[in-house]
Write a protein that binds this ligand. Structure first.
Ligand code: DGL
Length: 272
């Protein structure tokens, strides 16, 4: 048993999609969340920049005595997972891509999988490689969606929001034309707009929440190391962001449906 917190991070509010699943499935686990809201989006940066910023994010969380790190961001997982693992020594580091690829391969019936993600994730080709290993006959239609993260970070998350619907319809058109039956929300921000995506794709298309899918892998890893938290006590939560706390809290509270303002602080991430 290990009651130390899990460190969870993302470029912004997107990793809260993983947090939501963790709160539902293992409310006894404590965690420290970091969203790099001052430097979001990462998805249009070079792989080298993504590595520099995300290694700094992980360094900050390692100062919080974490028992594991969850990279609740596809862009960082796609571009910096091995570096963060190497930096973290014996602390297990879990990414979101393999769990989401496994969930998509299991969900598709027709073998036609859509991927929406940041440009940096699409460019890396990691999802195509992971799915080819699991289901070699599958066809992946991938679409980079650079306008979605800024819209989500600024609170445009409701299905029907005109700016959101216009962008989402444009990005999802190639996936509809390819008649995909499964869509990987390959950016952890996108479960916050699952309503809009579902409305455009229709009720028969399965949406895979990449952040949520990673929680199973995280808990299995902790179980193997006998590092799950005590099940009789509630977990502690702390949230950090790098820009204005009020902006983070308003998007986070709408998504998590809970009051987190007293648990949230701003951190100067450049110091780490
Ligand atoms: N949430 C991040 C992901 O899963 C990306 C957001 C960004 O572009 O910073 O890819």
């Amino acid at each position: 048993m290990d009651d130390r917190p899990i460190g969870i991070f993302d470029s912004g509010v997107g990793g809260l999609s993983a947090v939501r699943t963790l709160l539902e499935t293992a409310p006894n686990e404590s965690f420290v969340y970091f969203g790099d809201t001052a430097r979001v989006p990462y998805g249009d940066r070079t792989a080298e920049d993504i590595r520099i910023l995300s290694r700094q994010d992980a360094r900050f969380l390692r100062t919080k005595n974490v028992k594991a790190l969850l990279i609740a961001c596809n862009t960082i997982t796609a571009n910096a997972l091995p570096e963060i693992q190497a930096d973290s020594g014996s602390i297990p580091v879990i990414g979101v891509i393999d769990p989401a690829a496994r969930a998509a391969a299991a969900a598709t019936k027709a073998g036609r999988i859509g991927l929406i993600a940041t440009n940096a994730t699409v460019r890396s080709g990691v999802y195509e490689k992971a799915i080819a290993r699991l289901l070699p006959t599958a066809r992946v239609t991938a679409q980079g969606c650079p306008r979605l993260v800024p819209l989500i970070e600024s609170g445009h998350t409701q299905a029907g929001d005109p700016a959101l619907m216009e962008a989402a319809e444009e990005y999802l058109r190639p996936l509809r034309e390819a008649a995909v039956d499964t869509v990987i929300l390959g950016c952890t921000h996108y479960p916050l707009i699952a309503g809009a995506v579902g409305q455009i794709m229709g009720p028969d298309v399965r949406l895979i929440d990449s952040g949520g899918a990673s929680i199973g892998t995280l808990l299995e890893t902790l179980a193997k190391q006998d590092a799950l938290a005590d099940t009789t006590a509630a977990g502690r939560q702390t949230y950090y962001c790098s820009a204005r706390q009020e902006d983070f809290v308003s998007v986070a509270e709408a998504f998590l449906s809970r009051d987190i303002s007293a648990m949230t602080e701003t951190v100067d991430i450049e110091k780490y």
